[in-house]
Ligand binder design. Structure first.
Ligand code: RIB
Ligand code: CA
Length: 300
């Protein structure tokens, strides 16, 4: 078995599809799901994670992570306009509070890393949780084989013309993670924007009778209309594409570089390539039809 995975996510519709991809290709590797604020509130992302795990008949411990960026003056924007008020196109259930672990989540994640020996840390939302972990347990760095993340855009953004949502939520933490971690696989908007399903494709890939297929048909259709309304070409699979970058790197062209994050007012949340470091494998292109096929085959 390849090394274990710690999944840090803010479900969110495209996060939910990424969960299906992980369930399809490496369910045994995912040891812990750390819910983060981001697309919607932490309360909703925790319940959406539990909703998806129940739908996929998948038992993974869910842990409540950070409920906001560490700096109180950070702008607080969610993405409910793309994912629905509940973050899952109205399908999100509400579970008893004790269905998710709450408390010192940094200790819980660090204990999971020590138990795993070493793990891949997948981030599909803001980078707040990992930045906090590295501050509290600097030695955690040695237990993370690589970070696989969806985030950033080189010369483009989706919150501002130059800032992508996950980075814009907390650029200070993103700057720390992208500078400190020795191995990062990063899938930016330049590639993920291209992995979008049309309505026809949604109808075809969700034609199955399973509860998951029925749910996917509903949430991807809603996501399609929301994404197109905001200028995307279809239901955009940002997070699944990032996960596939880690699972099937042969589907992508990756270039080594560093990534710098702007935290100043002028270019808040902008990501740029830098040659100061060579710790990032940046996805610059990909076999998008093959990526979409892998996602489609993840729908049970
Ligand atoms: O910009 C896209 C990213 O922001 C995705 O992770 C999506 O889920 C939202 O969190
Ligand atoms: Ca996400």
């Amino acid at each position: 078995m390849d090394c274990p995975i710690i999944l840090d996510t803010d479900p969110g519709i495209d996060d939910a599809v990424a969960l299906m991809v992980l369930r399809r290709f490496c369910p045994e590797r995912v040891k812990l799901l750390l819910a983060s604020y981001g697309n919607v509130s932490l309360e909703r992302t925790v319940n959406n994670a539990l909703t998806m795990l129940e739908l996929l008949d998948w038992q993974v411990p869910v842990v409540r992570g950070a409920d906001g960026p560490p700096r109180p003056d950070s702008p607080r924007e969610d993405a409910a306009h793309v994912h629905g008020a509940d973050g899952l196109a109205g399908l999100g259930k509400s579970f008893p509070r004790d269905c998710a672990w709450e408390g010192d989540f940094l200790q819980r994640v660090y204990d999971a890393l020590r138990e795993a020996g070493q793990a891949d840390y997948i981030i599909l939302g803001p980078m707040t949780n990992l930045a906090l972990l590295l501050k509290r347990f600097p030695q955690a760095k040695e237990r993370i084989r690589r970070v696989i993340a969806m985030g950033g855009g080189i010369g483009l953004g989706n919150v501002t013309p130059e800032a992508e949502f996950n980075i814009h939520c907390d650029p200070f933490s993103a700057a720390e993670v992208l500078c400190e971690m020795p191995e990062v696989v990063l899938a930016p908007l330049n590639v993920t924007n291209r992995a979008a399903f049309s309505l026809e494709e949604i109808g075809r890939i969700t034609a199955g009778a399973s509860p998951a297929a029925r749910a996917m048909e509903r949430i991807l259709t809603m996501n399609y209309h929301a994404c197109v309304q905001y200028g995307e070409t279809g239901s955009t699979m940002h997070d699944s594409t990032a996960v596939l970058c880690g699972l099937f790197p042969e589907l992508f062209r990756l270039e080594r570089c560093g990534i710098a994050v702007d935290c100043g007012e002028a270019h808040y949340g902008r990501t740029v390539r830098t040659e100061e470091r060579q710790n990032v494998s940046l996805a610059v292109d990909g076999d998008i039809p093959a990526v979409l096929r892998r996602i489609a085959e993840s729908i049970p």
